[in-house]
Structure formats: structure tokens, C-alpha cells
Design a protein around this ligand. Structure first.
Ligand code: BTN
Length: 248
């Protein structure tokens, strides 16, 4: 993939900007990076604190020729790619489907947004926020957020980190487009899955239940063993999975 990186000092949201450029026919591989976001967005309508210029905020524009139901798997492909880069320096793990955690706290969040043209995918924007060199967090997130600097004691170069992530993602994306599922990744992913063998509470719009997270299947769904021993495959759409004994 040919990446085309656009740097901004400040933007509302890199996801929003990537989509605006997509509407102007930007090509797959466009990367929007900002030092700060004035309206950074998280999943489920939450905001993503993005005032600290020491962090990495970027969005990647993709135009995969897959069916829309398969698009949520791209979040997992990105999470795995970022995890592999961060694991060169730390013991980061994946919290399914869209977070990375380190020392039990969140270090990265991913927001994947798809836009359709009729029933086909027009674009998928994968937005990534990584706490890199931030040391002070707002009261709301201080107990659940951490950064690379806070955990390792060293500062990281955001541009280098971005290039490493893009290189890692490119390899995974190629394999994903060939397989159109996560069979090639499932085992490696499950090995760095923070939720594995933990008690989780699954919150879906119409139901909530508790169980033990087992790992992902080849569709990227989280397999959860419920209290009655039945196994539920949780789709990474509008769902939130919480640890029973803490954030993970
Ligand atoms: C989450 O954990 O809820 C997802 C957070 C995603 C944040 C990133 S920062 C870059 C990109 N632009 C946004 O507005 N959000 C994503």
C-alpha cells in the first residue's frame, strides 16, 4: 500500500478529516496525523482527550473490497499491528475489540468508522490514539489510563512509532484481504489477548450477561463461556466488554 501522510498541528478529529478527504476522492493509504484534536472521538459517542501534543493521533483511510459485515475485523487487525509494535518495548496486550492495555490500564484506543455507498463499502476509517509521552491525565481517566513514558520511563518519537505501525499494519492487511477472515491471525492474537480466561460482562443494546472470555474465532468474535456452559460468539459491533475485577 502506498501511504500518503498528512500532518496537522490541530484538527477537530483525524477520523472526521480522513472522511472529509475521502469524500474528495482521497485514495486508500491516506493517513491523517494531528498533534492535537479539538473534538477527538471515542467509541459509543465518548470523547477522546486529545489536548496533549505528546501523544499520537492518526487515522488511516481504507477502501477494502469486502462486505460491510467484515469491516469490524479491521479494528482487530489494527489492534494486533499496534500491539506488535508496542510489544517491542513493553508488555502491551489487547483488550478486545479496540483497546490496548498495559499494566492493567488503557494505552491505546481504536475507532473504526465505515461509510457505505448503497450496500457496498465506500470507505473504512481506522482511527488510533496512543498515549505516548503523556504524564498527567485528567481526573476522569487517571485511574484507567497510562502511557508509554509512564510505563517505561523513556520518551518515544511519535513519527517513528507511526511508521512502524503502518509497516506492521500493511503486512497484516494484505493477509486479511486474502483470507477475508482472521484465521491466519487467531492464534497469535489470542496469545496477547488480555481478556483471555477472565471473567467479563458483555453489554449489548438488548442484553447483558457474564462469562469467561476464551479468545476470538476466525470471524474476530469474542467467544464467551456463559455460566450455563453455553458458548456465545460476541460480534465486535455495538458491544462493550468489561472486566469484572477491574478495567481489563
Ligand atoms: C476508544 O477507545 O473509544 C477509541 C478512541 C479512538 C481515538 C482516536 S485518536 C485518532 C482518531 N481520531 C478520533 O477522533 N478518534 C480516533
Amino acid at each position: 500500500m502506498d501511504y500518503n501522510i498528512r500532518h496537522y498541528v490541530e484538527i477537530d478529529s483525524t477520523n472526521t478529516e480522513a472522511h472529509r478527504l475521502s469524500l474528495q476522492d482521497a485514495e486508500e493509504g491516506l493517513v491523517v496525523v494531528a498533534k492535537k484534536q479539538s473534538a477527538g472521538r471515542g467509541r459509543q459517542g465518548r470523547t477522546w482527550e486529545s489536548t496533549d501534543a505528546d501523544n499520537l493521533y492518526f487515522s488511516l483511510l481504507l477502501r477494502p473490497t469486502i462486505t460491510p459485515q467484515k469491516a469490524p475485523m479491521l479494528t482487530l487487525v489494527m489492534a494486533y499491528s499496534v500491539a506488535n509494535v508496542l510489544r517491542k518495548y513493553t508488555a502491551a496486550e489487547i483488550k478486545w475489540p479496540n483497546d490496548l492495555v498495559l499494566a492493567g490500564k488503557k494505552i491505546c484506543g481504536i475507532l473504526t468508522e465505515m461509510h457505505l455507498d448503497g450496500t457496498a463499502i465506500a470507505d473504512v476509517v481506522v482511527g488510533v490514539g496512543i498515549n505516548v509521552n503523556q504524564t498527567l491525565f485528567s481526573e476522569e481517566i487517571a485511574s484507567t489510563a497510562t502511557s508509554l513514558l509512564a510505563q517505561t520511563g523513556r520518551r518515544f518519537d511519535n513519527d517513528k512509532l507511526l511508521l512502524e505501525i503502518l509497516r506492521a499494519f500493511e503486512q497484516q492487511y494484505e493477509k486479511f484481504l486474502q483470507a477475508e477472515n482472521l484465521s491466519y491471525l487467531q492464534e497469535a492474537y489470542n496469545q496477547i489477548l488480555a481478556n483471555a480466561n477472565r471473567e467479563v460482562r458483555v453489554l449489548q443494546p438488548n442484553q447483558a450477561y457474564q462469562g469467561t472470555a476464551l479468545g476470538i474465532n476466525e470471524r474476530g468474535e469474542l467467544m464467551v463461556r456463559k455460566e450455563d456452559e453455553s458458548i456465545e460468539a460476541v460480534y465486535a459491533g455495538e458491544v462493550s466488554v468489561r472486566g469484572i475485577y477491574g478495567y481489563v
